[in-house]
Every structure is written in C-alpha cells, then in structure tokens.
Design a protein. Structure first.
Length: 329
C-alpha cells in the first residue's frame, strides 16, 4: 500500500455523512398513509377514561371518538380500527351486544362514518371477546371449550351488522378455523360485496397483550392458547396465510409486530395482497414506560420501532401513536 493508495476502496460511510445524504438514500420511509389508529369506545361514559398501562390512550366517549377520527383524517392517517367496550351488564355467554345493531361498536361505526365519510378507512374488530362474560373470543361448549363452528355462526352475524353500520373493512381477530370464508359469504349474501376483510392471519398468544385487557375491559380467565398461535411456530403462520387467502382475505395481518418481524417478513415475501402489522399495547407500553423513566429517547424510539416494522414488509401499521406520528411526518 502506497501513501496515496485507495484502500479501503469501498466506503459506505460516504452515504451517511449528512442528514440530507442519509435522507436521500433511505431505503424505507414512513408515511401517514401507512398508519392505522386503533381506538376504543366505551358504552355509558360521559368523559374519556384513561388506560393506566397505556399513557395517552383512552376509552373514548362517542363524542371524543368522533373528534379523534377527525384529527386522524387531518393528520393524513389512513384508517381507524374500532373496538367496542360494552357495559358489564350487557355481556353474556354468546356476546349478544356484538350483534345488536344498537350495540356500542355498531353505534360507533355509524358515528365515525357520519363524521368523516370515506376520508378514513373505518375498520372494525370482529370478535366476541369484548362482549362475552367469560372473555373468550367465541362461544363455549358444555365442557367450557371454545366451539369453533358455533362461533363462526356468530361471526357471520357480526359481519352483517358491522357492514350495515357502514364499516369499510372488518378485522376478524378470533383465530377460528374457517372464519374468513364464513365472513366473506355472509358479507356477499347480504349485499356487502364491497366490504373488505383484513384477516388476522398470524395472531400469536402473546404476553404483550396485557394492557389491552384493561383497554377493552376483558372478562377473560385463563388464556387463549387453544386458538391463538404458539409463539414458537413460524411455518404454521404460512399455513394460516394460505387458508385465509383461499377463503377470500383482501389483506392479511401479523400481530404482535416487533417480536414477530421474522414472521412478518416471511409473509410479506409470500403474498401479493397488502400486509399489515399491529404494534400492540405491550409494545406501546414498554416504550412509554422506559421513556418516562428517562431510559430512552421516546420520539426516536417510536420512529425506530415503526421503521423496523415497515422495513420488515408491512404496508400498513396499526399503532396507538398513529395520529401523533403522522403529524410529525
């Protein structure tokens, strides 16, 4: 090597020299239209109720939900995923409130649709867990096990009432076998051919759901391991993916996001439909708690986590920071 030799010839750092250079060569960029805001609306309250494990997130009243939807539109957020939280007195063994046209979720769908029309993609959680007194995502049999096929009948009813209320897309999250096909048939047979299905294709039985239980006022005792996926399994998610696509899913989702980026990447590489990932309550809570302690830079950590999800292949990201991040972008 001489004094004027060119070693090392390859210098990747040249493309990291300034913020403008790094921005120019960035391979992935977050955009407000990538983001979907999950939102909870609770029956029978006059003021929003803070969720203690999710600082900054609340159970909305009907009025504050309308306001949140407008703010999401103004920030450029693509969609909103609605979760209904009924009064305990309205919960029963089969989740009747979930199929009541005047149940809290159906009312909220109508409210948001009336407020923002088609300016926001209005999505709905299609599951029974919020509405059952036992907290499971389906109907129980005589032995106390979730009855897959009886649950599908309830999901078909839910799909119809949510579509009647004006939802653009339903999100079946119960992980019942055959749920996408039954819901597609129910929508088509009731004149709702244009309502799309965002399939919760790979929904894992995760410890990171903890704060969500508070958010929806869950009555669950025990766990959901007999129907949600085992965190140890990746190939199983590809089987679920094939089934959902065959049954008519328009979009597919991985949930949670950050602990399952390998699953997300594998699915994103395998399909030609839009892929979503849900940055769930526990992921949110960890960053907020660490930031509150002063252990991490909150804003940078949020953007880094969301960028990682985007880089792994998500076209859409459900995140409780959707409106905040969209404004910053």
């Amino acid at each position: 090597m001489t004094k004027y030799g060119s070693f090392p010839g390859a210098r990747p750092r040249r493309l990291r020299t300034t913020p403008a250079m790094r921005r120019m060569v960035a391979e992935h960029r977050l955009h407000p239209a990538d983001l979907i805001l999950p939102a909870f609306v609770r029956e029978g309250i006059s003021e929003p109720v803070p969720i203690s494990a999710m600082p900054g997130v609340v159970q909305h009243t009907r009025d504050t939900l309308r306001k949140a939807a407008v703010e999401a539109v103004e920030a450029g957020v693509a969609g909103i995923m609605l979760f209904g939280v009924p009064e305990d007195a309205n919960k029963d063994a089969v989740g009747t409130a979930g199929t009541d046209p005047d149940g809290i979720l159906q009312v909220a769908i109508r409210d948001v649709r009336a407020e923002v029309g088609d300016d926001l993609v209005i999505m709905s959680d299609l599951c029974l867990d919020e509405y059952t007194d036992h907290g499971h995502c389906g109907v129980l049999d005589a032995a106390g096990r979730v009855d897959n096929d009886a649950t599908l009948e309830r999901y078909a009813e839910m799909a119809q009432v949510q579509a009647d209320a004006g939802v653009h897309a339903v999100g079946p999250s119960g992980m019942m076998d055959g749920q996408v096909g039954v819901i597609r048939d129910a929508l088509d047979q009731t004149g709702h051919e244009d309502v799309s299905i965002l399939a919760y294709t790979a929904k894992y039985s995760s410890a990171f759901y903890g704060p969500f239980r508070e958010a929806v006022g869950s009555s669950l005792k025990g766990d959901r391991k007999t129907y949600q996926q085992d965190p140890a399994n990746l190939r199983e998610s590809l089987r679920e993916l094939a089934l959902d696509l065959d049954e008519g899913a328009d979009m597919v989702m991985v949930k949670p996001a950050l602990p399952y980026l390998d699953v997300l990447a594998k699915i994103a590489d395998s399909v030609d439909v839009p892929v979503a990932a849900y940055q769930i309550s526990g992921e949110y809570a960890m960053i907020e708690a660490a930031a509150e302690k002063g252990w991490i830079d909150r804003d940078k950590a949020i953007l880094e986590a969301l960028t990682g999800i985007k880089r792994a292949g998500a076209n859409m990201i459900l995140t409780y920071w959707a409106t905040e991040v969209a404004r910053g972008l």
